[in-house]
Every structure is written in structure tokens, then in C-alpha cells.
Design a protein around this ligand. Sequence first.
Ligand SMILES: Cc1ncc(COP(=O)(O)O)c(C=O)c1O
Length: 384
Amino acid sequence: MSFKVPWSKQHKTITGGLPLSFSNSYTEPLSMPELVELTRARGDHALVDAFDQHGLEYTANGGSLDLRQTIAGLYGNAIGADNILVFCGGQVALQTCAFALLTRADHAIVFTPGYQSVQQAPLFAGADVTTIPLQAENGWQIQPDEVEAAMRSNTRYLVINEPFNPAGSLMSRRLQGDLIALAERHNLHLLSDEAYRLLEHDPRTRLPAMADAYPRGISLCTLSKPWGACGVTIGWLALQDTALRQACIDVQYFGSACPGRASELQAIMTLRASDAILKKNLAIIAHNLHLLDEFFQRYSKFFQWVRPTAGAVGYVKFSGPMSSAALGKALADAGISIKPAYVFSDPAYADAYRDYFRIGFGEASMPKALVALQRFVEEHQHSW
Ligand SMILES: Cc1ncc(COP(=O)(O)O)c(C=O)c1O
């Protein structure tokens, strides 16, 4: 079997473990003592006891009922515990759903740049895939006429990611409605990767979850991003289509059919503490964005971005004399990590985005990295 190193992983040999990081896309990670403290502060001692005393047997396929009930609370009336399917992280959910839904005879539509699994899961599942490139000039927004033009008689699946990684943009309700109408007209399943939902910088811009808004809609979510709990490795799908949910369970059966109980209980603790965790993380994001605004204003000759409105990442254009890959290497030598364009697009599209790099600003340590970046720019700008 041949195996290609994922393009989203290639930067790791250059930037892995660097002390000054803009690389992460998650918010400030929690610690277990913090999680227990938040749980006890609410008087939820029974949950801490359940964690301390849980057995190590298999959990139910697709996730235990108590976790699915807790997750269902994030959605509207159409979504109950039986509409939730739990996975060991969001990435597995992306792959499983594509395998459950698609055959070699099917066609899917995805967008670039983006998280590799969002773009490529349908391809791994054997489907024909049309990739539509998004443009900064359009605020990284999907153009429905381009999606319409890509439709074929065998198109079954449309995959979007809102809020959008890598740019931190968010579509309007109107655009979401247009895409749902298009999906409805063509009888498509529409998966929205909502890994960054609940991190809208202005909560009034939050979109309805796709699972609530469209009967063939699928919402993907994970604890990894807004809750800063990637180590819990719990993600999920929410969907009204119970036949597709069953097909996903059948695919999942051959992988990690059930998460560990410790992860499930940590996930329940995390979700019950949502208000406090999201408030803290949104405050870190707001503070860091303010610092980045000042930086980009000062160095606007070299750096431009479509200012993010949701999530903890942004896609920055570098107008200096080198590609973002070369800039990434030079920054790595100074101990600073960014994610160059090649992390987000397969080589067929990489040239179109060669000047872009992603920065993450969800962690409390970001200001330290920004001070180092500013020092780097001051040292080099005269030769740019
Ligand atoms: C848009 C998006 N979807 C899914 C994932 C995968 O999430 P997880 O870490 O839970 O596998 C990521 C992780 O970076 C992501 O950015």
C-alpha cells in the first residue's frame, strides 16, 4: 500500500515543538484539576465521583446515553440523544460520514483552502470530488453560483466548514439559507463542520446548526476547539437522518466503535461547564485580536488579512519577497511557528495561496509569540 504524508502534516518537521506558537487552532487548553474545580464549584460532586469510580468496560457503540443527551442540549427540538453519534474526535467523524454516505458512483463538492479531512474525506471514500477554490477578495465566502455550476446528476454531498478554518470567516444567515435551498433542490446531504461554532466574536452572528436547519443536514462538532479540550478526543455528528446515523454506526463498528468512559465523563464535565469555559476563551480571543489589529495596522505594508469574525484562527497574506513556506522556515529558525499555505491546500491549489499563512490566537501565550514576531519583522523589513 502506498501512503503519502498528509500535506497538513508536512510543516510539523519544521515547526513542531517551537516555543513561540501561532500554530494551534484551539483555545486555551484546560487541565483536569481546572475541570474538576469547575465541576465542584457547580455542586456537581456526583459527576466527579462518577469519574473517580467508573469501570473500564466498553461503552455503548456510538456513545453512552448520558453524553449524547448532554450533547443534544446544544441543539434545537429536532435533535435528541438518538440524533447524536459520538466519535473519538472530529476528524474520525468526517471520515466515517463520508464512508457511510458515498460510493464510487457518487460526486461530492468541497472547498479549498481548509482542514485536510474536510476537503479529502469524500475522496478517501472513493467518490469523485470537485474542489472549489475560495478567494480572499470575496471575504472567503462561498459563491452559490459556483456550487450550482459544479452540480452533476450524481452529486450527493456538499461539505462546508463554518466558522471557517483557516480564515476565521463566517457566512451570513442568508448565504446559509441559499446553500440549504440549493442542497434541498438537488437532494444533497450537507455536512457543516462546526468545529468553531460557539466562538463567534459577536454571538448575534451565530448561525443555526446545520442539523437543526436542514433535514438532510449534518453538524460536526468537537470538544477540541471552543472548549480547549482536544485531549479528551471527543467529537460528534448531529443529524436528523437516522438511517444515515445507523450507516455511520455500521462504518464506525470497524474502527473505534466506542470512546473510553473517562473521555465521556470528561466531555460531560466540559459541556456542563460551557458557559464559564467559553466566556474565558472568548475573552482571550478578544484580547489577542486587539493586539493583532495593532500589529497588522503597523505592518500593513507586509501583512493583510480578512479580519476574522469567529473562531481562533486567521489567514494572513504576506506581501514580502518570499512565499509563506519560506517565511515559515525563517520564522522557525527564530523559534516562531506559523502554518504556511501548503498545510491547507493540496499541491494542485498550493500556488494560488502561496503567500498565505494561518495564525492561531486562541491561547493566552499568543502575545509572547507576537512580541517575537514583531522583533523578527523589525529585523528583516529593510530587506523586504
Ligand atoms: C475544521 C476542523 N474540523 C475538524 C477538526 C478535527 O478535530 P479533532 O481534533 O477533534 O479530530 C479540526 C482540527 O483541527 C478542524 O480544524
